[in-house]
Ligand binder design. Structure first.
Ligand code: 4NP
Length: 155
């Protein structure tokens, strides 16, 4: 089982989602055999580590993002991932338009897995302050738990 988290730049939201989900798996279901990665719909930041603010906010919650490097979504991703999880509706629309006919996985919005929060998007924190990154972590933590419950329920 392979899960890909996708945002715009792959330096703020989707690396945070990857780190949070990997930690949740390590803590709760280490033998699940779920592989996790993240990517961006744009390549502006290709090769860069996550934004320092994202790294710092995650580190305060014992989540290490430092080894991640940004990469753009590739055509091959649609052939190998079971779940492609978009951080917001804009990125979902880009992925939907790139999705090949052979895509056999599920394309979804991350916030679908936290329905109690009643929102569709993880907001882009890039141009805001530090509390935007805290907010991303809060949303992503709830949605990661929901995604894990969902995957467990399908096994
Ligand atoms: P992300 O945030 O999509 O959560 O990684 C952004 C990162 C960079 C830019 C926009 C959003 N940018 O315009 O460079």
């Amino acid at each position: 089982m392979k899960v890909l988290f996708v945002c715009l730049g792959n330096i703020c939201r989707s690396p945070t989602a990857q780190g949070v989900f990997e930690k949740l798996l390590a803590d709760e279901w280490p033998d699940a055999g779920i592989e996790v990665d993240s990517a961006g719909t744009h390549a502006y930041h290709k090769g860069e580590p996550p934004d320092r603010r994202a790294q710092r906010a995650a580190a305060e919650r014992d989540i290490d993002l430092s080894s991640q490097r940004a990469r753009p979504v590739t055509d091959e991703d649609f052939l190998i991932y079971d779940y492609i999880v978009a951080m917001d509706r804009d990125n979902y629309a880009v992925l939907e338009s790139r999705k090949p006919e052979e895509f056999a996985g599920r394309l979804c919005l991350f916030m679908e897995f936290a329905p109690d929060l009643g929102r569709e998007d993880v907001p882009d924190p890039y141009y805001g302050g530090l509390n935007g990154f805290e907010h991303v972590l809060d949303l992503v933590t709830d949605a990661a738990k929901g995604l894990l419950r969902h995957i467990k329920s399908t096994r």
